[in-house]
Write a protein that binds this ligand. Structure first.
Ligand code: ADP
Ligand code: MG
Length: 326
């Protein structure tokens, strides 16, 4: 398990910049956690603290019960091997082949050559590059280079895989392939994954839980299911947008959120029949997220004949839909 408590990173440049401001979270083993935020939010700084490239100003980072910031040099080197990092541009050594790039961390860890070769072959297979071990980075596509980067990060069998905008330089189709590869590796090896990104698609596609980061802080975080089930969640609105409200449409506007068996169409048609109100769907998204069918809709209803707004809201809530005034 990885846990971060009250992490802060302040740069003095000499102007003081609080890049990471009191961030806390705890991840279960095998979780895929997405941190979504705009450029400058502090995502990369947070990641560099997590992989110990940078020392936090204060706070704690615990991996498998060990407080990383309390370790001496030798223990710290060992701890670093438990954390693998994938960067935006792969950061491969151009003079080394794919296989030699993957082997790099194993050489440093002092793994004997025979064992190293076996492990590299395993890793090349794992990332779908079984026949490209002898290629140099310049002979590989951007997506293939990222596959090598992922294999290299996994070489020392880390507990946590950190990805800093790992798909941001890739086209949409390649992005999907790389994300699906990460999800597949997570399912097969149980490695915990932290993805930082400015792209909603990355979080929507494979994350089990997520946080929205702004100005160094987590302004929201939780499981995907909880977030998308909260009609007031800003992160949910980024992930599953209901669209810009068209205020010229008459009636009371509501935002509905629902998951799994709460298929909303029959609920809305029953509501129309039972209460005699008209419902218009103004916008929304239905998606499969973290293995669940979830949806967010903005609707307008036009109550009449003594049916109040509260009656409509109560009816929807009784049917298991989360409702808030839009
Ligand atoms: N080494 C550094 N020295 C000074 N300021 C930095 C340094 N690295 C990042 N920052 C500042 O910290 C803030 C967060 O940056 P960063 O972590 O790169 O955000 P993100 O990855 O979300 O775009 C920015 O204001 C940035 O200018
Ligand atoms: Mg960054």
């Amino acid at each position: 398990m990885i846990a971060v408590d009250s992490l802060r990173k302040v740069y003095r440049t000499p102007r003081e910049i609080v890049a990471v401001d009191d961030v806390s979270f705890a991840l279960e083993d095998g979780e895929i956690f997405g941190i979504l935020g705009r450029s400058g939010a502090g995502k990369s700084t947070l990641l560099r603290c997590l992989n110990l490239l940078e020392r936090p100003t204060s706070g704690t980072i615990t991996v498998d019960g060990v407080d990383l910031l309390s370790l001496g040099e030798a223990d710290l080197r060992a701890a670093r091997r438990r954390i693998g990092t994938v960067f935006q541009h792969g950061n491969l050594l151009s003079s080394r082949t794919a296989a030699e790039n993957i082997a790099f961390g194993l050489e440093i860890a002092g793994i004997p050559a025979r064992r190293r070769a076996e492990r590299v072959a395993e890793l090349l297979d794992l990332v779908g590059l079984g026949d490209r071990g002898d290629s140099h980075p310049s002979q590989l596509s951007g997506g293939q280079q990222q596959r090598v980067g992922i294999a290299r990060a996994l070489a020392t069998d880390p507990a946590v895989l950190l990805c800093d905008e790992a798909t941001s330089a890739l086209d949409p189709a390649t992005t999907e392939q790389i994300l699906d590869l990460v999800a597949d590796i997570n399912a097969r090896t149980g490695v915990t994954v932290v993805l930082i990104t400015h792209e909603a698609e990355v979080v929507r596609r494979i994350c089990h839980s997520a946080a929205l980061m702004e100005a160094g802080r987590f302004v929201e975080s939780g499981t995907m299911l909880r977030l998308v089930g909260d009609p007031e969640s800003r992160l949910a609105e980024i992930l599953l947008p209901t669209g810009n409200p068209d205020r010229t449409i008459p009636g009371r506007h509501l935002t509905l959120a629902f998951a799994d068996e709460r298929a909303v169409d029959p609920i809305l048609s029953r509501l129309t029949r039972d209460l005699g109100v008209e419902i218009s769907i103004l916008g929304g998204t239905l998606e499969r997220v973290a293995g669940h069918q979830v949806g967010r809709l903005r609707v307008a209803h036009d109550s009449r004949d003594g049916v109040t707004d509260d009656d409509v809201v109560d009816y929807l809530r009784a049917a298991g839909v989360t409702v808030t005034a839009a």
